[in-house]
Design a protein around this ligand. Structure first.
Ligand SMILES: NC(=O)C1=CN([C@@H]2O[C@H](COP(=O)(O)OP(=O)(O)OC[C@H]3O[C@@H](n4cnc5c(N)ncnc54)[C@H](O)[C@@H]3O)[C@@H](O)[C@H]2O)C=CC1
Ligand SMILES: Nc1nc(O)c(N)c(N[C@@H]2O[C@H](COP(=O)(O)O)[C@@H](O)[C@H]2O)n1
Length: 232
């Protein structure tokens, strides 16, 4: 494969929302699910989020458990996976938590139309990769990441990046943790936003497993082909 193995992990409410209509972060996962997410992070070569998530949540995207960080180091890796922000216009704040916390390479993926001055400033804190002219060209980006020996990418949202990756055919597996709450709101981010598939393009999934975790359920999916590719 000329791209890394890519999976999405998201926590959503029982009505499919990732956060509130004001894009305020909601604690959907419980303690055990956050442990599972930390384990996934610890085994990934890179974690990727969209700029919308950085602007809303200001995540650090570090491996939280000291034991897992030590295990990574013992395996000759950096204590954190490479942290990647998909950010077409280079809007990442220079004081974002991702720069403040933890060791390891940060990558900001921008388009060629991002302002040069901001790119220069980001370059002091991260590796800036250009892919695409107006918005980040995701297939080109992941090819470049593969060339850097990034072989496994964990995408942690948000809704628009999930759509971008899924609609570009770049996702192999999905973990959705469905928590025991209803958030509501027509404009609250859902697992996949973006423009949406038309009827003949709808993406099919295969359910790999379903596991009750505390008061929620973890679903693991394999991404199959689009509907129009299975209709003979
Ligand atoms: N519950 C959960 O597991 C998670 C929840 N969230 C929530 O999701 C919300 C953020 O989601 P969004 O606003 O949709 O932002 P997002 O994090 O999906 O970022 C979207 C941005 O990525 C950039 N981008 C560049 N090239 C792109 C491309 N080719 N395709 C798609 N995007 C591209 C665009 O600027 C776009 O606006 C927040 O409210 C956050 O709390 C985010 C992550 C996980
Ligand atoms: N797995 C999961 N469960 C929830 O309930 C959540 N709200 C999220 N949010 C994601 O986690 C990121 C925070 O990462 P750090 O703790 O700062 O490392 C946040 O940005 C969302 O991507 N995830």
């Amino acid at each position: 494969m000329d791209r890394p193995f890519i999976f999405i992990n998201s926590a959503m409410s029982a009505d499919g929302k990732l956060s509130t209509k004001e894009k305020k972060q909601v604690r959907i996962s419980g303690k055990l699910d956050f442990e599972r997410v930390d384990e996934l992070r610890a085994h990934a070569d890179a974690i990727m989020v969209g700029i919308g998530t950085v602007l809303s949540d200001d995540p650090s995207l570090t491996v939280k458990s000291p034991e897992r960080r030590e295990a990574r180091k013992a395996a000759g890796k950096c204590e954190n996976p490479v942290r990647i922000i998909v950010d077409s216009s280079a809007r990442t704040p220079l004081d974002a938590d991702i720069f403040k916390k933890g060791e390891g390479l940060r990558i900001i993926a921008v388009s060629t139309s991002a302002p040069a001055e901001k790119i220069e400033k980001l370059n002091e804190k991260a590796l800036v990769i250009k892919a695409g002219t107006k918005k980040v060209d995701l297939p080109e980006l992941v090819r470049k990441l593969k060339e850097m020996e990034i072989n496994t990418i964990m995408v942690e949202g948000g809704a628009t990046l999930n759509w971008g990756m899924l609609s570009s055919g770049l996702v192999d597996e999905i973990y959705t943790f469905v928590g025991n709450l209803i958030i509501g709101g027509a404009t609250a981010p859902t697992f996949t936003d973006g423009e949406g598939f038309s009827e003949t393009e709808i993406l099919k999934l295969e359910l790999l497993s379903a596991e009750k975790i505390e008061d929620g359920i973890l679903l693991r999916w394999k991404v199959k082909e689009k509907m129009n590719q299975i209709v003979s």
